[in-house]
Design a protein around this ligand. Structure first.
Ligand code: MN
Length: 356
């Protein structure tokens, strides 16, 4: 298995690539959607008025030229761009919402996957969710008072509806009429996912790109009047069985799986690693489960990370591990220090397994 770093769009610079390589990474998972574009602080979104900002459709960063250039620059630093994580909400809101532009948007998503394959990028992460990553707050309850992310359902209005013109916590239409998106049931959400997978998977197979579904974060069964999709570990099996394909894969987010109330993370890893369906994994740690948890340092939570890596090693997992988010270390550059700490810890575990 390979060690990688996740980089946000505003960080796709040579100096960040050098940082990743210096931390022993060989691979990158990059974000091209423009959330987290303003700073590296933990983004809070806990009510109807606050979201991650505006999302723009059809940006040139998704062009083949741009993807090839990013890959070339990564390679010049001894790295490979292994995956891209998430579509821009503005590029697929009607696929998520079953709206009038869904066919047109789907054709563009297919083009994106074809380009991703042409640029030598092996997987594409996505999160089939209407509410997205929502309800997190900042806390200083990670070790030593480090700033990290927490979720406390009792401090939120879980029923706060999603305004029109917004999906996945971003605004795609600032001029949308007043009101909220309609409530839907679980069957409707699964029908939308099935349609998306039936459309995208043949293209992904041809392009050599594995689609990688992130579980719900936070893994609440419903949020903001919308059903969630993979909020228990066994629901991943339902996704894999929904439209069988070698490219129907998952982004195994250890933190989100640990936050779920059913089963345990080691059994889930066994189950999905044995099927060869883990495209890449988010390695992070957490204390607690929904409806109440805190993200903590990778060596300091409820997950025995060493045991998870042993399971992946046993199943000859050949994908990429990235730290996902991590508490911030109090110093001149809290984000990089937090990542360097997590990467060093994971690297040491891989060396002990003689892997990576
Ligand atoms: Mn994750």
């Amino acid at each position: 298995m390979k060690l990688g770093l996740g980089l946000y769009r505003h960080m796709l610079r040579d100096e960040e690539f050098a940082f990743a390589r210096q931390c022993s990474c060989t691979d990158l998972i990059i974000h091209l959607a423009n959330y987290y574009s303003n700073d590296r602080e933990i983004v809070k979104a806990t009510d109807e008025k606050v979201n991650y900002g505006d999302s723009k459709a059809g940006e040139s960063i998704w062009s083949l030229e741009s993807l090839l250039e990013l890959q070339r620059r990564a390679q010049a630093r001894g790295l490979r761009i292994y995956g891209i994580e998430n579509f821009s909400p503005a590029d697929w809101y009607d696929v998520l919402l079953d709206g009038p532009k869904k066919e047109e948007q789907m054709e563009n998503l297919k083009q994106i996957i074809r380009r991703v394959g042409q640029a030598g990028i092996r997987c594409f992460g996505y999160n089939f969710s209407l509410a997205g990553v929502w309800g997190h707050q900042k806390t200083t309850r990670a070790r030593g008072g480090a700033v990290s992310t927490c979720f406390h359902a009792d401090q939120l209005d879980l029923e706060a509806r999603i305004p029109n013109g917004e999906v996945w916590n971003m605004t795609y239409d600032p001029n949308a009429p007043e009101g909220h998106i309609p409530d839907i049931g679980y069957e409707e959400l699964w029908a939308r996912l099935k349609w998306f997978l039936e459309q995208i998977l043949p293209v992904a197979e041809e392009a050599g790109v594995m689609m990688a579904l992130h579980p719900d974060d936070p893994p609440m069964p419903c949020l903001r009047g919308t059903p969630r999709m993979v909020y228990q570990p066994e629901l991943y099996q339902k996704v894999l069985d929904l439209v069988p394909s070698p490219c129907n894969g998952i982004d195994f987010c250890m933190g989100s799986i640990q936050e779920m109330t059913h089963g345990d993370i080691y059994e889930a890893l066994e189950q999905y690693a044995a099927q060869g369906r883990i495209a890449y994994a988010h390695v992070r740690n957490v204390r607690g489960k929904v409806p109440d948890y805190t993200e903590v340092f990778v060596d300091d939570g409820d997950i025995d990370i060493r045991r998870t890596l042993e399971i992946l090693h046993k199943h000859h997992f050949d994908g990429v591990l990235i730290p996902d988010h991590t508490p911030q270390l109090q110093c001149g550059d809290p984000w990089h220090a937090g990542m360097a700490y997590a990467l060093g810890f994971i690297r040491a575990q891989l060396m002990a397994l003689q892997d990576g």
